[in-house]
Design a protein. Structure first.
Ligand SMILES: NC(=O)c1ccc[n+]([C@@H]2O[C@H](COP(=O)([O-])OP(=O)(O)OC[C@H]3O[C@@H](n4cnc5c(N)ncnc54)[C@H](O)[C@@H]3O)[C@@H](O)[C@H]2O)c1
Length: 306
């Protein structure tokens, strides 16, 4: 089938594009390279360089497409606090532009990346999708708004939409650089350089880390699951276990053969203490569950850095 991956030059989008091509699908990618990299683009894809909010370009990119995998977004929580208008533009207007173009072009389904941040860390764990949404940042609010538009396009126009609420994703191609880098690539880069990894707070905070191959598999499942089960809905996509930062560092240390002690910094204001998903709805409706063991995923990620 003909597919469009928005944000396909980024970490998750490029892994997804590779998997689609490996399954024999035709892949278009739309990306403005704001946080993605041209070297992530698979040779077998067709690249549309530009902004998600450029309605003309998006209309061109969705022409004849059966499924859109909408991964493009400004993904950083702290950056969204500094520049909320930029986050809103890409994540809300960008999503609406994709939905409207997809609807007009007769696209069958849009599978879109949402985020565990919509829960705001206040729901009981393991967190189910019906928990109240409590966004604590402009980024989280933008993902809630995008989810609402996804549901509206299903209910109003019959465009099949599925939102996937990713918990912390890690794996090959995740950028370790810059002030907004995610914790796993940052820790691997520090340990490989022989430096102490910087941990905000005591390191007892925990996350439900999802390996990127499992997230890719969730997208593929969400593209083909029956609309009667999943259209207009949102699903948790996570790794299946709750791991503290210190536990993750210990596993990384043994993989990389180092035991450098972390340097503890002040806790980050607004950081969620614990996060852990119930993924049984995705299992029931999409036929998807995470399969990657945490240590295996960390090993594959560390190998990519070599
Ligand atoms: N990585 C995670 O842990 C995580 C967790 C929850 C949700 N998500 C979501 O998953 C999706 C992919 O995230 P990622 O980790 O691969 O991030 P990423 O930054 O590597 O990828 C995002 C891509 O979108 C592109 N992009 C951003 N704004 C754009 C715009 N206006 N027009 C065109 N392209 C634009 C960027 O250039 C980049 O290639 C995002 O929607 C993100 O919010 C990621």
């Amino acid at each position: 089938m003909l597919t469009l991956v928005t944000g396909g030059a980024g970490f998750i989008g490029s892994n997804l594009a590779d998997a689609l091509i490996a399954e024999g699908h035709e892949v278009r990618i739309l990306d403005d390279l704001s946080t993605g990299f041209a070297e992530n683009l698979p040779a077998a894809s067709t690249f549309f360089e530009g902004d998600l909010c450029d309605a003309e370009l998006v209309a061109e990119a969705v022409e004849g497409v059966e499924v859109v995998f909408h991964q493009g977004a400004r993904g950083s929580v702290p950056k969204s606090i500094e520049t909320p208008l930029l986050t809103d533009r890409s994540n809300v207007l960008g999503t609406l532009t994709v939905l409207d173009a997809a609807h007009r072009a007769g696209v069958r389904r849009v599978v879109a990346a949402s985020s565990s941040s919509v829960y705001g860390g206040v729901a009981p764990r393991p967190t189910v999708e019906t928990s109240p949404l409590s966004p604590k940042s402009p980024y989280a609010a933008s993902k809630v708004a995008a989810e609402l538009y996804l549901r509206v396009y299903w209910e109003l126009h019959g465009l099949e939409t599925v939102a996937l609420r990713y918990f912390n994703v890690y794996g090959p191609r995740q950028d370790p650089n810059g002030p907004y880098a995610a914790v796993i690539p940052r820790f691997i880069a520090a340990l490989r350089a022989g430096e102490a990894p910087q941990v905000n707070g005591d390191g007892g905070q925990s996350r439900d880390f999802a390996f990127v191959a499992d997230v890719v598999a969730a997208n593929l499942a969400a593209a083909t699951a029956p609309a009667s089960a999943c259209a207009g809905k949102a699903y948790n996509v996570a790794g299946g276990s709750e791991r503290s930062l210190l536990e993750m560092l210990e596993i990384l240390g043994s993989i990389l053969g180092t035991d450098i002690a972390p340097e503890h910094l002040d806790p980050r204001p607004g950081d969620v203490r614990h996060s852990f998903a119930d993924t049984s709805a995705a299992a029931a409706d999409l036929g998807w569950a995470p399969v990657t063991d945490f240590a295996d995923g960390l090993r594959a990620t560390a190998d990519w850095f070599r």
